[in-house]
Design a protein. Sequence first.
Length: 347
Amino acid sequence: MSSPKNKMEKTEKTAAKPSHDNSYLDTELRPSRWDDYVGQKSIKDNLRILLGAAAERGTPPEHILFYGPPGLGKTTLAHLIAKETGRQMKVTSGPAIEKVGDLASVLTNLAPGDILFIDEIHRLNKTIEEVLYPAMESGTLDIIIGKGPSARTIQLELPAFTMLAATTRVAMISSPLRSRFSGGTFRLEFYTEPEIEEIIKRSARILGVKTAKGAEKAIAKRARFTPRTANYFLKRARDYAQVNKRDLDEQTVEEALELLGVDHVGLNPSDRKLLETLADKFNGGPVGLGTIAAALSEEEATIEEFNEPYLIQMGFIERTPRGRVLSANGYAHLGKKAPKNLQEKLL
């Protein structure tokens, strides 16, 4: 008869074993090797050199900043660097570090060679940014204890570490902080359709989803050149096929995404509403971002960060010194005729 101790050990081992349901597999979509990371070739080539040189010297890699639109793989690159270098990574975000003490706690708990990843670093308080300068540059942490005439400064030596940071709004990061990312500042670009197809095929294998011919291409055409969106569409199409007992083919994908309100080029209802508002309420523009946001009852940041990048990439709207203008492609997508004075509005 097995002892209670053996039973407990057996239970712990069983609980620790990962399940093979889809919720577990979804977490595995993030690549764990350079060869699995599709796209961003220039960045990968530079990182290989930077990390390889640091490994040969036996020193931690220098600080690195990633920026670009959401969903392109900034966080994935940070995790990939940690796995490839075998380093321990501590993860936090700009909004989570509310005061200097929070940052001091994170930095003093780092071990030699650790990686600190700060997501959305542009949302750091400026006072906290100033504490980061000496930490990144000389490996010291200056803490002021007390107030007034009795205040004194204590300087703590920090272990050698690497800071990785990601942001969607690099312009909001102060110039002194940007300059301290001595390893490089890298912009992630939108993906091509063939790259998105490759990502979808890999994700489908991990999720255990069998796709028929044309399914990957149908998703890639609507994925807004973004891996995160592609994986989301793949999972929703998988659900639709499963519930309706269908093969995951091109027609199934089109029906599933139509149900989500996504059209043949990836525009969602809020995108089309923005185009229609420009065409119908403002005669195609030019019109300011604040006015558009008020007309749509939407936040300016949402329009600027979520809707506009893809609409501009597709050539549906253009930014001019006087405001946003609906382009000829935008009118064509809505099935409307462009006005004769369109070129004048674009000047």
